[in-house]
Design a binder for this molecule. Structure first.
Ligand code: 5GP
Ligand code: ZN
Length: 139
């Protein structure tokens, strides 16, 4: 971590170093989605902004299956703070704006698995976006 910060200081100054440290502390070193956000694991990125990234799911269960992943690391809804909740809501509101890009014109389903009984396998909150076909496996 310190090496990364030193490189950043050399390139762009103190403010950027603090920014990088802040970014690093918001992520989790061992989390798969944090690694994807940091570019350490490849993914098919469809969209990203300051708050979130939208990628294709590695194992799709619908014709179009994306994951909307907040850039800040928190495992569940219960563990996010007010600022993170606002960011998540901003990201959710992006989804219909990206309708054409994500092929959502005919409808879509959002799913958030929370905890063991729901089968959450990655403990970094994410929203599944399912589309492109009738989703006849109804909640
Ligand atoms: P959960 O079961 O936690 O709600 O969803 C985790 C999702 O992440 C699963 O649908 C799984 O296919 C997806 N996933 C796990 N590892 C990776 C990965 O390395 N890349 C991508 N693109 N998706 C992943
Ligand atoms: Zn994470």
């Amino acid at each position: 971590m310190s090496l990364k910060i030193l490189v950043y200081v050399g390139r762009s100054g103190k403010d950027c170093a603090l920014g990088l440290l802040e970014d690093y502390l918001m992520t989790d070193a061992t989390c798969i989605f944090c690694k994807i956000i940091r570019g350490e694991i490849p993914s098919k990125t469809i969209y990203q902004d300051d708050d979130c990234i939208i990628i294709e799911d590695l194992h799709p269960i619908a014709k179009y299956h994306y994951l909307l992943i907040p850039k800040q690391h928190y495992p569940t809804i219960g563990q996010m703070n007010d600022e993170e909740a606002e960011m998540l809501m901003r990201s959710i509101r992006r989804i219909p704006e990206l309708s054409e890009l994500l092929h959502l014109e005919n409808g879509y389903r959002l799913v958030i698995n929370q905890g063991e009984d729901a089968g959450q396998t990655v403990l970094h909150l994410h929203i599944h976006i399912l589309a492109g076909q009738p989703l006849d496996f109804k909640c």
